[in-house]
Ligand binder design. Structure first.
Ligand code: SF4
Length: 204
């Protein structure tokens, strides 16, 4: 088994210190680790460059962890689909340095790693597996068209009672769907609006 299969190296696409733009922690500084590799295939994906893991250099998690610790006490692991890989060694290393571990995932693969915050963003083309709904702290459904409200409700029925529910416009159709989301949230106030504020701020 090679080091990537063991989660000791990961195909690192980019890492950067910025402001979390979306969901519950929006507006707060965090260090982002973007791991390459995703075969979910959302047609509107805004990080298609992440899909092919081979394009991103296998990087020892020790150096990823060391870099992260220099910048923030909150580390957001995103992708790509981070659960393509075994996240256990990465989160063990981050937590050993007392860093908080957050993940953004579609849940398309079994949950690995120990997480302080799980943002589950399910996708129609490859639905979540296992019991990640019960473990999610926030459910973030990307709204591309009106059928996505039904999809959102189906997933809201599966999460725990404390899970925070977000509807977020898909960026390329934001002008069309944001008013639909605003109306929907007023009619169904268990939901909240999430905007990609980092894109409005023009930061990564
Ligand atoms: S799961 Fe995320 S990275 Fe993968 S295709 Fe969908 S939006 Fe893109």
């Amino acid at each position: 088994m090679d080091l990537v299969d063991q989660g000791l190296m990961l195909p690192l696409m980019e890492e950067f210190y910025t402001i979390q733009g979306e969901g519950y922690h929006k507006g707060t500084a965090a260090y982002f680790i973007r791991v390459g590799g995703c075969d979910v295939g959302c047609h509107w994906c805004d990080v298609k460059e992440s899909w092919d893991a081979e394009k991103h250099p296998p990087t020892p998690i020790t150096s990823i962890i060391e870099n992260a610790a220099k910048f923030s006490d909150t580390i957001v692991v995103t992708g790509g689909e981070p659960l393509t890989w075994d996240m256990g060694p990465l989160t063990d290393g981050l937590r050993s340095k007392k860093l908080k571990t957050h993940i953004e995932t579609s849940g398309a693969y079994p949950l690995t790693g120990e997480w302080d915050w799980i943002c589950l963003s399910p996708k129609k083309v490859k639905p979540p597996v296992g019991d990640i709904h019960a473990k999610a702290h926030e459910l973030k459904v990307i709204v591309y068209n009106k059928h996505d409200f039904q999809f959102a409700e189906e997933h809201a029925q599966q999460v725990g009672k404390d899970c925070i529910l977000y509807l977020q416009p898909e960026w390329s159709v934001r002008d069309k769907v944001t008013p639909m989301i605003v109306d929907y949230v007023m009619q169904h106030p268990k939901w909240r609006v999430s905007l990609q504020t980092h894109k409005y701020l023009n930061i990564p």
